[in-house]
Design a protein around this ligand. Structure first.
Ligand code: 13P
Length: 339
């Protein structure tokens, strides 16, 4: 019964080339993005922002699920309708970010662990009542001199697995997000070997914690050189490295992989997802789609700038990026779509 509920949710989330929209920036992160654009860092402006996202006309053609943060899942639109209800009416499944962010890992300078397991079971029940049918937890792994450590990867994998087990217990689909950050001057080869080791640990922990792999989604980074590296790769090379890394570390029982964008510019994130879907491998057992935040929302935020008169144009920008990524998730994107 539980398996059926989870499988049905997974199917709806990724139906017909759809992907996820991560609109779950924490209050701090959202405020930081606002600050960069001189948008007032207030509850009212965050409400306006989330409202124009969820009311974007036609969004449901491309987006199967939207990840909210705690503030948004409890928030109404200016018309007094809960944001989650607006999504449900459109046929978009609300999801919820349940981690409480990262804190420094004691004794391991430069590394972090994710908080949020305390009281999680009762929070899941509450979020379910508010309409959420899937959830997200993000672990952050940084590459640098001497890091990541084995201890940091192992502990973050355990935390992800315990979150995922509790999530399925609440009949919600866990989106398991182990992110290897792009920050730094490391090579693509280093990103590949760290990501592979991390994913192997994550799946070992998921197995140990009895997580049903067929009722979850993986949200990883693509295999990329660090953003300060001088290495250059084609989208096809990135696609090949990404798929080959997953073939060595992600079980075929996992129904879908939904990428994070991780600070790539919006068009690159789309073009690389397309290349990943076009890449010819012996087997590619998973649906390969997106769960982007910045790569869908950042262009729209720059257009909106906090001004009501820009909302329609900002919504058009969201719809455009969602449509391009929808095409990329079946390998049908081409740069001509950008015009
Ligand atoms: P980005 O697509 O901006 O990396 O965000 C994805 C996400 O949900 C981070 O947790």
């Amino acid at each position: 019964m539980r398996n059926e509920v989870l499988s049905k949710t997974v199917k709806l989330l990724l139906d017909a080339g759809k992907g996820l929209l991560a609109m779950d920036e924490s209050i701090n992160t959202c405020n930081k993005r606002f600050r960069d654009l001189n948008i007032p860092e207030t509850y009212e402006y965050r409400q306006k922002y989330r409202e124009f996202i969820v009311t974007t006309p036609g969004l449901e053609q491309y987006i199967g699920g939207a990840i909210l943060c705690d503030e948004t899942i409890r928030q109404d639109t200016s018309a007094g309708i809960p944001m989650a209800e607006v999504l449900i009416k459109k046929g978009i499944i609300p999801g919820i970010k349940v981690d409480n962010g990262t804190v420094p890992m004691a004794s391991f300078p430069g590394e972090s662990i994710t908080e949020g397991l305390d009281g999680l079971a009762s929070r899941f029940e509450n979020y379910r009542q508010l309409g959420a049918r899937f959830a997200k937890w993000r672990a952050v792994i940084r590459i640098g001199p001497g890091i990541p450590s084995a201890a940091c990867m192992r502990f973050n994998a355990q935390l992800l697995a315990q979150y995922a087990a509790q999530c399925q217990e609440a009949r919600m689909v866990p989106v398991v997000e182990p992110e290897v950050l792009m920050d730094g001057d490391h090579s693509l080869e280093t990103c590949a070997s760290v990501t592979r080791d991390l994913l192997l640990q994550v799946f070992e922990a998921l197995y140990e914690h009895r997580v049903d792999l067929s009722g979850m989604l993986l949200k990883p980074n693509m295999i990329l050189p660090g953003n300060n590296s001088t290495q250059l790769f084609t989208d096809e090379e990135i696609a090949g490295n990404t798929i080959n890394c997953f073939l060595e570390s992600v079980p075929a029982a996992v129904p879908g992989i939904v990428f994070l964008s991780g600070g790539q510019d919006a068009q690159s994130a789309t073009a690389r997802l397309n290349a990943i879907n076009l890449y010819q491998a012996k087997i590619k057992p998973w649906r390969l789609s997106f769960s982007y935040s910045r790569a869908i929302l950042q262009p729209a935020l720059g257009i909106w700038k906090g001004e009501d008169q820009n909302i329609q144009k900002a919504q058009a920008a969201i719809l455009h990026r969602a449509a391009c990524n929808h095409a990329a998730s079946t390998g049908q994107y081409h740069p001509g779509l950008e015009n």
